[in-house]
Design a protein around this ligand. Structure first.
Ligand SMILES: Cc1cc2nc3c(=O)[nH]c(=O)nc-3n(C[C@H](O)[C@H](O)[C@H](O)COP(=O)(O)O)c2cc1C
Length: 416
């Protein structure tokens, strides 16, 4: 049996959440991968699954708040010192709040503070809790502290809601553990090829933001796109070592550091920039909200306010996604976006089939506190095999988790 975690010592922290029953399976699969596992639990976690279960599965006493009568009074030091890695899975909102703020009043948070090993958390909770500003703020703090976050999945949860916050699939967690425990390749001056900056994985071209179509010198036709989604995707790929070019229309978000920016204004400017840049890129993501139409005539002078009705004749803009698919070179991956407000799945499937893109990110801005200018969005990924009967449902998730899912899908297609 392939044992990628052979002889690794994993300290598994458990906090109180409904996903805790999945940690029994996680523990077993970590053992199958060759790891030795020991367990530490919050008092609340003990209400969900008994420590006895984990003691039996791990073949070792569990460190719980009531375990102070054990031979060592220093379990809060001994347990973290033993582990090559400390994973909290599931990480409850409460436990994340504590460890991000430096509180340590029970075994799981105590071990977090005392551990000098790499740390990883797997948040799992109801979508509203996960997307709350407190949880997102704590996650940001933990990321800045160097903790690895395994993003939750989107889908139907125990509470009946559909959205982000579900405990990820166990192979996803094990792959993340393996990655964190794999030593980074040493970069030496005599080995310049190993520098991620010099040997990027692939080149991404992404369109971001909105377009503006002039009516006269002071008025334009535009839309509400803020650019947050596109910038989150660009950042996700930059963090993973890709070279990123952004063709950005007007937007509220800032171009991330490290990306090459090609600012444009109208749909035709964006079309031209993409046609010029397409051949030198491996992945193209069309995330910008592009005006489908523009005024046939742009008035040179400001149209006077005469109080009469005026008719504005509109003509179609070039379809950037379709043009890119037409000149797609072998090996290139093309991703489209569709924003729909009515019958989204049916329209998304039709758009994907018509466009010929490799996959389509369908999103809808209708849910309160999501979409334009917000950090979350209702979305799903549609692929060529999807029909109405087997298409995934739209689910609310953070724009960061959308970016991560897009990268995962692209890496699955390209075999990276
Ligand atoms: C039935 C039930 C299910 C819960 N599920 C979750 C959950 O999935 N995620 C979460 O963060 N909190 C959940 N909670 C709330 C936590 O259990 C609660 O905040 C607790 O204080 C967490 O303590 P701990 O972080 O010390 O383990 C749930 C509570 C109950 C009663």
């Amino acid at each position: 049996m392939n044992q990628p975690l052979k002889a690794k010592r994993i300290l598994l922290g458990l906090s109180g959440g409904i996903a805790l029953y999945k940690s029994c399976e996680l523990l077993r699969r970590l053992q199958d991968a060759g790891a030795e596992v020991r367990v530490v639990m919050t008092p609340s976690a003990e209400d969900f699954v008994s420590p006895l279960t984990f003691a039996a599965l791990s073949n070792h006493p569990v460190y719980t708040a009531g375990a102070n009568q054990s031979p060592s009074a220093f379990q809060h030091i001994d347990f973290p010192r033993w582990g090559d890695i400390y994973i909290i899975a599931p990480a409850s909102a409460n436990t994340m709040g504590k460890i991000s703020q430096g509180l340590a009043d029970e075994p799981v948070s105590l071990c977090y503070m005392a551990s000098t090993a790499p740390k990883m958390i797997v948040p799992a909770m109801n979508t509203a809790m996960y997307l709350s500003s407190a949880v997102q703020r704590n996650l940001e703090q933990l990321r800045n502290d160097g903790c690895t976050i395994v993003e939750p999945d989107s889908g139907r949860m125990a509470c009946g809601e559909v959205g982000a916050g579900r405990f990820p699939e166990i192979p996803t967690i094990i792959a993340a553990v393996q990655k964190l425990l794999t030593p980074a390749k040493l970069v030496t001056p005599t080995d310049p090829s190993s520098s991620p900056a010099k040997k990027p994985k692939a080149k991404l071209l992404i369109t971001v933001g909105r377009t503006e179509e002039d009516i006269d010198p002071v008025r334009t036709i535009t839309n509400k796109s803020s650019g947050i989604t596109g910038v989150s995707i660009a950042q996700e790929f930059l963090d993973a070592g890709y070279q990123v070019s952004i063709v950005n229309g007007p937007m509220d978000a800032e171009v991330p550091r490290g990306a090459q920016s090609y600012p444009v204004k109208s749909a035709r400017d964006m079309h031209q920039a993409v046609m010029d840049l397409q051949d030198s890129h491996d992945i193209l993501i069309f995330c910008a909200a592009v005006a489908d139409f523009r005024p046939k005539v742009v008035n040179e002078e400001k149209i006077k306010n005469s109080r009469d009705n005026i008719n504005l004749e509109l003509v179609p803009n070039p379809n950037i996604l379709r043009s890119a698919v037409e000149q797609k070179r072998s090996g290139q991956i093309i991703v489209g976006f569709a924003l729909e407000t009515a019958d989204p799945i049916a329209h998304g499937i039709a758009k994907l089939q018509k466009s010929g893109a490799d996959f389509l990110v369908l999103n809808t801005p209708v849910k309160k506190d999501s979409g334009f200018g917000k950090d979350s969005v209702e979305f799903c990924i549609l692929e060529s095999q999807h029909q109405l009967e087997n298409a995934p449902s739209l689910a609310l998730g953070s724009k960061k988790s959308l970016a991560q899912q897009i990268r995962n899908k692209i890496e699955e297609i390209s075999g990276v």
